[in-house]
Write a protein that binds this ligand. Structure first.
Ligand code: NDP
Length: 289
């Protein structure tokens, strides 16, 4: 018997298997393309001949495949073998997909934990790799000692959809930041300013702006977006026009900046000009899509 079976040896699955091996766990692996097993086999992993053999090798099954359809495709035929085991699915997906997977795992007689990996493969095994988990509390408690090999574990609750919800929400925040950075670099790049010259200013500015976000949390939780406002929405909506106009004048695409302008205008039209920008969360929540 192995301690852990890792299903999927892409960039992330390989990093997960390596982290388990480095902590001294006995690991069995399976991957569709057998050639990718060589790296972890050289570090001591046992290579299973098929998925069912991998599943039967361990009480803890960690799946990290491309998308949820892949997980169903790969593990579906081995459903019976999952009975009495714990499936930890670290594949990126939606809360709905995680809940459906949880139901399927229960039908197979398995405990289910969904996970979200907030790290890139080289970070796995270090404390900066945050791994979000949700689903069976009992199974998480039973296996936390092993899962901690991957990074810093954070258990969010019994609802299997919580880990992907947090995961996706964190990624949305990241992509919003990246979108702004891309626009800034396109604008400055058009003016011939090297990215390396502008980037230090940009990163320190973004860091400074993050300081205001805890206040947003208070405003959103209390529902009061109007106390001690220093940069009201009306002022920001007027200034934002300049971002759009400057982009157009420089022949830089406005596709990333226009959606935010539309939302700000909607907020002003809804009578929120004197509120803080945090009030826009309410408009997004009522969108219904
Ligand atoms: P890769 O593209 O490197 O690997 C994909 C894995 O899925 C491989 O094991 C591949 O097998 C397998 N796979 C794909 N399609 C099939 C199929 N039809 N049947 C069987 N196996 C299949 O992706 P990563 O390892 O980087 O990512 C895995 C998961 O981790 C994803 O959900 C991703 O979103 C998530 N993740 C990745 C991060 C990263 O930075 N890489 C960061 C955080 C999360 P084969 O080798 O045979 O192609």
């Amino acid at each position: 018997m192995s301690d852990i079976a890792v299903i999927g040896l892409g960039a992330m699955g390989t990093a997960l298997a390596e982290a388990f091996l480095e902590k001294g766990h006995a690991v069995t692996v399976w991957n569709r393309s057998a050639a990718k097993s060589g790296l972890v086999a050289a570090k001591g992993a046992i290579v299973a001949r098929n998925v069912e053999e991998a599943v039967r090798s361990s009480s803890l099954i960690v799946a990290c495949l491309l998308v949820y359809d892949t997980v169903h495709e790969v593990l579906g035929p081995a459903g019976d073998a999952l009975s009495g085991r714990t499936l930890v699915n670290l594949t990126n997906g939606t809360p709905e997909q995680a809940r459906a997977m949880s139901v399927w795992a229960a039908q197979c007689g398995a405990d289910y934990i969904d996970g979200g990996i907030m790290a890139v493969p080289p970070m796995i095994g270090g404390q900066n790799a945050l791994i979000l988990y949700s689903g069976s509390r009992q199974a998480f408690d039973d296996h936390a000692g092993r899962l901690d090999a991957l990074g810093t574990s954070k258990y969010l609750g019994e609802d299997a959809g919580l880990a992907p919800l947090y995961d996706i929400s964190l990624l949305v925040g990241m992509y919003g930041l990246f979108a702004g950075v891309l626009q800034a670099l396109a604008l400055t790049g058009k003016a011939g300013i090297p990215a390396g010259e502008f980037m230090p200013l940009l990163t320190s500015w973004l860091q400074a702006m993050q300081g205001g976000l805890p206040k947003w949390a208070q405003q959103i939780d209390s529902g009061d977006h109007t106390a001690n406002v220093v940069s009201n929405l009306g002022m920001q909506a007027d200034a934002y026009v300049n971002l759009v106009d400057a982009s157009k004048a420089a022949d830089v695409s406005t596709e990333l900046v226009l959606p935010m302008q539309n939302l700000m205008r909607r907020g002003v039209a809804a009578g929120m000009a004197n509120a803080d920008l945090s009030s826009l969360v309410g408009l997004l929540s009522k969108q219904g899509s």
